[in-house]
Ligand binder design. Structure first.
Ligand code: URA
Length: 279
């Protein structure tokens, strides 16, 4: 297929390329592409400011409320039939059973505003799994996690790790969109998270990345500022858990991308993945 210049690309592809090049540039990775990057893709600061200024304030990590304890989670067990050797098709079937258990869920109030249950996406045998907070408008419409702007950034993060999105597994703490993208209430998160834990037990990723404070809180069962949880590996349900910023937060504060990249490199080390060459 002949290579297209950026001017010939359709707007969505061009925007995705712009985001990816910008992401690498923010990380200080300027030689990631084998071919020289078209300067037209390195958008100027005024365009960046305009673009980011247009962002709605989605998924702001919620302020920690000490007076709001995390209610106990429903205990769940590892499905005994899943082992490290269980083939992909069996795990896909096990995930389908979890989806069927969820059904047309009305277990918490979030069902009232949702269009689609956003179950999860990716490889049932992924070595790396990402956990976000909950679906936004795009995800609620499409039924797939991380397909909006935060998803585009997550895709870039995955690509920077040397992986394809289809190789990882992605899910959220809650499977229905919270109204106005608010942070899920503890009762909602604790009603829904047992299904997430079952997904983790089926996929059995080597490394789990918690994206933001909500994912970290409900995976680890402790409410702590992200600063206290980032930068190290936590043992969790037989996986190595790494905590980093939520991509939506990184869209609002791109200066933190370097910190997020440092977190992803911890995950890469656990997975035996080599960081790409530095520019
Ligand atoms: N933010 C999330 O936490 N999850 C999604 O699926 C999309 C945006």
């Amino acid at each position: 297929m002949p290579r297209q210049s950026p001017g010939q690309l359709d707007p969505a592809t061009r925007q995705a390329l712009v985001e990816r090049v910008r992401f690498y540039r923010d990380l200080g990775l300027t030689e990631f592409y084998r071919r020289p990057v078209d300067p037209a893709l390195l958008v100027s600061e005024p365009i960046r400011a305009e673009h980011e200024g247009a962002q709605p304030a989605l998924f702001q990590p919620a302020p920690l409320k000490e007076d709001q304890p995390i209610p106990p989670r429903t205990p769940i067990s590892t499905p005994p039939q899943i082992s490290a050797a269980t083939p992909s098709a069996d795990r896909a079937a096990a995930l389908q059973l979890i989806r069927e258990d969820i059904g047309d869920c009305t277990r918490c109030a979030l069902h009232k505003g949702r269009h689609t249950i956003v179950f999860g996406d990716g490889s049932p045998t992924a070595r790396l799994m990402f956990v976000g907070e909950g679906p936004g408008a795009d995800e609620d419409a499409q039924g797939i996690p991380f397909v909006g702007r935060a998803g585009q950034l997550l895709n870039n993060m995955i690509a920077a790790m040397g992986l394809k999105r289809e190789e990882v597994y992605i899910a959220n703490v809650v499977k229905c969109r919270p109204p106005g993208n608010r942070t899920p209430e503890p009762v909602e998160a604790n009603t829904c998270s047992p299904f997430l834990f079952r997904q983790i037990d089926v996929v059995r990723p080597q490394v789990l990345v918690a994206l933001g404070a909500t994912a970290a809180t409900y995976l680890l069962g402790q409410r702590q500022p992200l600063a206290g949880l980032r930068g190290r590996v936590h043992a969790f349900r037989g996986t190595q858990l790494v905590v980093t910023y939520h991509p939506a937060f990184l869209l609002r504060d791109p200066r933190q991308k370097k910190e997020a990249w440092a977190d992803l490199q911890i995950a890469m080390k656990e997975l035996g993945l080599k960081p790409p060459a530095k520019g």
